[in-house]
Design a protein around this ligand. Structure first.
Ligand code: NJP
Length: 263
């Protein structure tokens, strides 16, 4: 028996990167997984999971479209009859200098990173309340609430907002035995991190990724499955007494106080 046996998990942004890693780890621990994203890669991932004996379905949806979310949730309920865990993981990041950033780019971050989490949670929460049990796991970031680099105003703003959302919702939902927690990763080796490296230095993105790794005390980026393990803990009964908190998983990247003092 795995720690998620008997549970049904709805995971957004499961077509690649961290969400794909979470889906694989959830399936490994026995959860039935509903993989949600826009691209048809989720179908391939769900198919592979089923081929390995796990229960998984793919539902295509854009988290910035309320109709899409409602249809996807209906599909998930039709397939597995309930939802116990919501992993709000889908997110976007486009670097841009504040004065040069268009309103469209600002709203792109708000629509996906904030409204996407808001609307997906609204659509799924009635099912969790019906269970009188549930787990909501939100992929926030160390960026915004704890640290930031130039060019991240829109991204940092939206990721910090999710920490506030997590705290208030956790208090509100405690009466239903629903836990709400945020994961705050440092850099994770995913298409998003590779994209940021490319935006930062188009010619040498590998150099940027190496620079990131060198600045992390553990000297590497995280693997998506490592975030999956933390998400599985927060989705399981092992974390029943943890709610409204943010857990940093960053290889120590937010620890150094300076780059010049020390022995
Ligand atoms: O990102 P990426 P990560 N509707 O780009 C989906 C946070 N984070 O895995 O729709 C629905 O590889 C997209 O699917 P598709 C980060 O902020 C990361 O690195 O098919 N889905 C894909 O599955 C984000 O919240 C790092 O394109 C949408 C997924 O989201 C989460 O971790 C550090 C969508 C993105 O895959 C996953 O990031 C950190 C939409 N409108 C926080 N738009 C890091 N990687 O270093 C996108 O602190 N998706």
């Amino acid at each position: 028996m795995g720690k998620l046996t008997g549970k049904v998990a709805f995971i957004t942004g499961a077509s690649k990167g961290i969400g794909e890693g979470i889906a694989k780890v959830y399936a490994k621990y026995g959860a039935k997984v509903i993989l949600a994203a826009r691209s048809n890669r989720i179908e391939e991932i769900a198919e592979n999971l089923r081929a390995n004996g796990y229960e998984a379905i793919a539902v295509r949806m854009d988290v910035s479209n309320k109709g899409d979310i409602e249809r996807a949730v209906e599909c998930g309920i039709k397939a597995f009859g309930k939802i116990d865990i919501l992993v709000n993981n889908a997110g976007v990041c486009k670097l841009g200098k504040f004065l040069e950033m268009s309103e469209e780019d600002r709203d792109f971050h708000i629509d996906v990173n904030i409204k996407g989490v808001w609307n997906t949670t609204k659509a799924i929460l009635p099912y969790l309340i019906k269970n009188n049990y549930g787990k909501i796991v939100i992929t926030s970031s160390v960026t915004g609430d704890m640290v930031a680099d130039p060019g991240e105003t829109a991204y940092a703003m939206t990721k910090a907002a999710l920490v506030g959302f997590t705290k208030s919702l956790a208090v509100e939902l405690a009466q239903y035995k629903i836990n709400v927690n945020a994961i705050c990763p440092g850099y994770v080796l995913t298409p998003m991190a590779e994209g940021i490296a490319k935006q930062s230095d188009e010619k040498s993105p590998d150099k940027v990724l190496k620079g990131i790794a060198d600045a992390v005390p553990l000297k590497r980026l995280a693997e998506p499955e490592e975030i999956g393990e933390l998400a599985a803990f927060l989705g399981s009964d092992e974390s029943n007494y943890i709610t409204g908190t943010q857990i940093v998983i960053d290889g120590g990247s937010t620890l150094p106080e300076t780059i010049s003092v020390g022995i």
